[in-house]
Design a protein around this ligand. Structure first.
Ligand code: IMP
Length: 179
């Protein structure tokens, strides 16, 4: 699997350090609030597991599965809810946990969708931000790393459902998706 990676962009240690910083900030910002962390499946699974354990205040977790990509590396702009939240979010403080913001179309859809359910507040934490490709004006409230316009995999991020289990974030060799 590692032979398909051109270069490691973020090591396991760098990710761990940054996730713990984000957890500390979120713990401070949400102290005393009814917080629900909403994991956007599947890409944010690993980030969610580590981030929530770095948050030191009580919180609820929920999951939403959406799809915006086929098997390619470009977003279609069309977002579909595959699995919705279990619980109502009205009057609660919602933190969307995303893997990466690229064009921003997925996040825009999520913010509109969840925002219409009258949460007390709605914020976004993303592990990665690729601002070069933004198509809509949206920016995460908390961001782990700003990255260049490269297709990355690992730590939850996939290409064609593979590479999610790499412990680091790496740049996929273009010949893999240009096949
Ligand atoms: P957006 O709607 O273009 O912002 O795309 C967001 C979604 O596309 C993310 O939640 C990822 O699932 C996926 N995505 C965007 N860039 C990458 C990448 O470099 N590697 C893997 N998945 C990506």
């Amino acid at each position: 699997m590692q032979e398909d990676i051109a270069r490691i962009l973020l090591t396991e240690a760098e990710i761990k350090q940054r996730v713990s910083e984000l957890g500390a900030r979120i713990s401070q910002d949400y102290a005393g609030k009814d917080l629900v962390a909403v994991c956007i499946l599947k890409g944010a699974l690993h980030f969610m597991a580590d981030l929530t354990r770095a948050i030191e205040i009580p919180l609820a977790i929920d999951f939403m599965a959406i799809s915006s990509y086929g098997a390619g590396t470009k977003t279609s702009g069309e977002v579909r809810i595959i699995q919705d939240l279990d619980a109502a979010i009205a009057e609660r403080h919602i933190l969307i946990v995303e893997d990466i913001v690229d064009t921003g179309l997925t996040l825009k859809y999520l913010v509109d969708n969840l925002g219409s359910r009258r949460p007390a507040s709605l914020k976004i934490v993303t592990l990665l931000d690729k601002p070069a490709r933004r198509a809509v004006t949206i920016s995460p409230d908390y961001n782990g790393f700003e990255i260049p316009d490269e297709f990355v995999v690992g730590y939850g991020l996939d290409y064609d459902e593979k590479y999610r289990n790499l412990p680091f974030i790496g740049i996929l060799k273009p010949e893999i998706y240009q096949k």
